[in-house]
Design a protein around this ligand. Structure first.
Ligand SMILES: [Zn+2]
Ligand SMILES: [Zn+2]
Length: 373
């Protein structure tokens, strides 16, 4: 049986003065150096040195063994999960932990609630983080660009509205757990070491619910419709997910709530497009404006039109930048990218036709001469 609590509480990497990415060679090297400096043979009667030697040996016993090290890393990552059944303080000096090959399986078994004793949902071991909840939000183009605070209506696991998450029937109080006396942990003294594990009866909460809430049957959570205020930052893109910390499913046994993940759908705009924080817009101009140059007015997303000065001989399809008229997001302000499109009139007045015919007569060189090879 793995000494999981011990493992979780002790940073063996720190004991050996190495990083958790240390190679097996580094570990052995660090151990040899520290063991030499504190060996009882070279420090007779020095209790502090002996203590230090034991610590270093215990650390190396785990980190020096690739299988044990893997399990140790796993315990450190997952946290101490209930159901530690002590550990064997084997070895003649009492500091070698015997780790069964079922160490990891044991941890996972408890994660999924196997081998749980004591009834009721509150007997799950230790605090558990609530689940993440996903929601979608449809935004119009301008709101996505500017950001907004909105109300999301969703149906999900939420804190029970009858008991406010306590799990106890309103008007009743949870009782102090008789198994652990309200401490939430059970000590198991085994010679040199004392192992404590979360109480299996109360799941580490120190209290048990004798009169469960009728709405949630004592779980403290219910599936219900709820409203969540969400702040959507400026410049959110179509398909982007916003994580709202702690707004997801409620935690169990005093664990933290999960997150709410909002996937944003941004509608198209009839004039503007997006390119990161830049806005894009196509602006039609006349042949005369493009040829002679001049000021053309250009729409902006949320303000008055701005003037764009075209040089004489501006090409159709050319792009022009209007500084600072893009999306005003946290990560800088974008620009408005204007694509000029020369519009060819479908119909002409007599006056216009005369003018265009005069232009044609004055055009002596065809642009297609460039195509001759
Ligand atoms: Zn309830
Ligand atoms: Zn208890």
């Amino acid at each position: 049986m793995a000494a999981q609590r011990e493992w979780y509480e002790k940073d063996y990497y720190k004991v050996l003065g190495i990083g958790d990415d240390a190679t097996p060679k580094d570990i052995t090297k660090a151990y040899r150096k520290l063991a030499r400096g504190s060996h009882p043979d070279t420090h007779p009667g020095d209790d502090a040195a002996e203590e230090r030697f034991k610590e270093v040996s215990a650390a190396y016993d785990v980190l020096g063994d690739e299988v044990k090290r893997k399990e140790y890393d796993e315990v450190r990552r997952l946290g101490p999960i209930g159901g530690f059944q002590g550990g064997s303080p084997g070895g003649p000096s009492g500091y070698n932990f015997n780790v069964g090959s079922d160490g990891l399986g044991d941890i996972l078994g408890h994660m999924f609630g196997r081998g749980r004793r004591g009834g009721g949902p509150s007997a799950a071991a230790g605090p558990q983080r609530g689940g993440d909840v996903e929601a979608t939000l449809s935004l119009d183009f301008a709101d996505a660009a500017k950001g907004l605070t909105t109300t999301l209506y969703l149906t999900s696991e939420a804190q029970c509205s009858t008991c406010h998450g306590s799990g106890a029937k309103p008007g009743t109080q949870p009782a102090v757990c008789s198994n652990c006396g309200g401490r939430g942990v059970i000590d198991d003294n085994q010679g040199l070491f004392s192992f404590s594990s979360p109480c299996r009866v109360c799941g580490g909460r120190g209290v048990v619910i004798t009169d469960p809430c009728p709405t949630c049957q004592g779980t403290g959570a219910e599936h219900r419709a709820r409203e969540v205020q969400a702040r959507i930052p400026a410049g959110v893109a179509d398909g982007q997910k916003i994580r709202l910390k702690g707004r997801g499913g409620p935690g169990r046994n005093g664990g933290p709530a999960g997150d709410l993940i909002v996937e944003c759908h941004v509608a198209r705009h009839k004039l503007f497009g997006r390119d990161g924080n830049n806005l894009t817009v196509k602006v039609p101009v006349t042949f005369a404006e493009a040829t002679l140059g001049g000021d053309v007015d250009v729409p902006t997303l949320d303000g008055p039109r701005v003037m764009l000065r075209l040089r004489p001989g501006t090409a159709s399809g050319s792009r022009h930048r209007v500084k600072g008229k893009g999306i005003d997001a946290k990560k800088g302000t974008g620009d408005l990218i204007v694509t000029v499109e020369v519009e060819v009139p479908a119909q002409l007045t007599d006056e216009q036709r005369t003018a265009v015919e005069a232009l044609a007569a004055a055009t002596t060189v065809s642009p297609r001469t460039r195509l001759e090879s």
